[in-house]
Design a binder for this molecule. Structure first.
Ligand code: PAF
Length: 290
C-alpha cells in the first residue's frame, strides 16, 4: 500500500493508472475509520482495479464553534484498516496543500444544501462539495463511495456530480450500526458510557417510527410526535431537527410513503449525532470489522 501526501504525486499516479487502463475507486474520508468506512472500502475493492482511500480533515466544512480542533485522528490504525480492506493507495494531503494562500473557489449545491444539517451548519455542504470536487480532480476516480448515514451529503454529492457532468459514478452504501443499533460514526468516540446509552434513543426512535409506519400510520405529525416523545424523555438529549422529507428532493412531507426520509440530528452534551432511515428500505444488519 502506497501512502501519498502530495497532490502532485497523487494526480500523477492517477493519470498513469488511467493511461494503463485501470479503473479507480475512491473512498473519501476524514479518517478515524470504523466499520462503516470499512464497508465502503470493501465495496470499493470490488468496484475498481485500484482502491484509493483519502484521509483529510477538511477545515472548510467545519463551522467556527465546531470540533475541527479535536476531531479524532489515528493515522496508524487507519492505515492498518485500509491495508486489511485492500486499499492500494492512502492519500493524505495537508490543509496548506489543499487550500494554499489565495484559495477562493467554492462549489455550492443550492437547494439540497439548505435544510437539515445545512440549516444548523451554514456553509457545511459548500465545504463538502468543494473538497469532494477537488478530490475527484486529484484522484480521478471512476467510482466514489459514500455512506448513507450522511444522507444529505450523499444527495448533495449526487446532484453536484450530475449537474457538473463529473465522470464519476456515485455509490451510496447502507448505514452500518453497532450491535445495539447506534449508527457508526467517528464522533461516537466523544461519548461517555452514559451519553452513549442515551444516544441509543436515536435508533430506537427510528425503529419505533418504522414499526408505526409498518402498522399503517402515514400521518407525519403522529410519527414525529411519537419519535420526539421517545427522544425528549431523555433529558441528556437535545433535538436539533427531526424531519420527514422526500428522499430525493428533501422537501418536507405531511404524509409518509416508502420514499420518505426520516432524518434526525440530536445533541448529547457537546456531541451532535445524526441518523436517518428511508421508511420503505430495509434496515441493514450490523457487520464485523475487517
Ligand atoms: O463524510 C466525510 O467524511 C466528509 O464529509 C467527506 C465526504 C470526506 C468530505 O470531507
Amino acid at each position: 500500500m502506497n501512502i501519498i501526501t502530495t497532490i502532485e504525486e497523487m494526480q500523477q499516479a492517477a493519470v498513469s493508472l488511467k493511461r494503463e487502463g485501470k479503473t479507480i475507486a475512491l473512498v473519501p474520508t476524514m479518517g478515524f475509520l470504523h466499520e462503516g468506512h470499512a464497508s465502503l472500502l470493501r465495496e470499493g475493492r470490488r468496484q475498481g482495479d485500484i482502491l484509493v482511500l483519502s484521509i483529510f480533515v477538511n477545515p472548510i466544512q467545519f463551522g467556527q464553534n465546531e470540533d475541527l480542533g479535536r476531531y479524532p485522528r489515528d493515522m496508524e490504525r487507519d492505515c492498518r484498516v485500509a491495508a486489511e480492506c485492500g486499499a492500494d493507495i492512502v492519500f493524505t494531503p495537508d490543509a496548506a496543500g489543499m487550500y494554499p494562500a489565495g484559495f477562493q473557489t467554492s462549489v455550492a449545491v443550492a437547494d439540497l444544501s439548505l435544510p437539515l444539517c445545512g440549516a444548523s451548519r451554514p456553509g457545511h455542504f459548500d465545504g463538502v462539495a468543494t473538497v469532494v470536487t477537488k478530490l475527484f480532480n486529484i484522484c480521478q476516480p471512476d467510482v466514489a463511495l459514500f455512506g448513507a448515514k450522511d444522507y444529505q451529503q450523499l444527495a448533495v454529492i449526487r446532484r453536484m456530480t450530475r449537474d457538473l457532468n463529473l465522470p464519476v459514478r456515485i455509490v451510496g452504501m447502507p448505514i452500518v450500526r453497532e450491535q445495539d443499533g447506534l449508527a457508526m460514526s467517528s464522533r461516537n468516540s466523544y461519548l461517555s458510557l452514559e451519553q452513549r446509552r442515551s444516544a441509543l434513543r436515536l435508533s430506537r426512535a427510528i425503529r419505533l417510527v418504522r414499526e408505526l409506519y409498518g402498522a399503517g400510520t402515514r400521518d407525519v405529525a403522529s410519527l414525529r410526535r411519537a419519535a420526539l416523545e421517545l427522544i425528549e424523555a431523555e433529558p441528556a438529549l437535545t433535538v436539533d431537527y427531526l424531519d420527514f422529507r422526500d428522499g430525493a428532493t428533501l422537501e418536507l412531507r405531511d404524509t409518509a410513503d416508502d420514499a420518505t426520509l426520516m432524518a434526525l440530528a440530536v445533541k448529547v452534551g457537546n456531541t451532535r449525532l445524526i441518523d436517518n432511515t428511508v421508511l420503505g428500505e430495509e434496515l441493514q444488519p450490523c457487520r464485523e470489522l475487517c
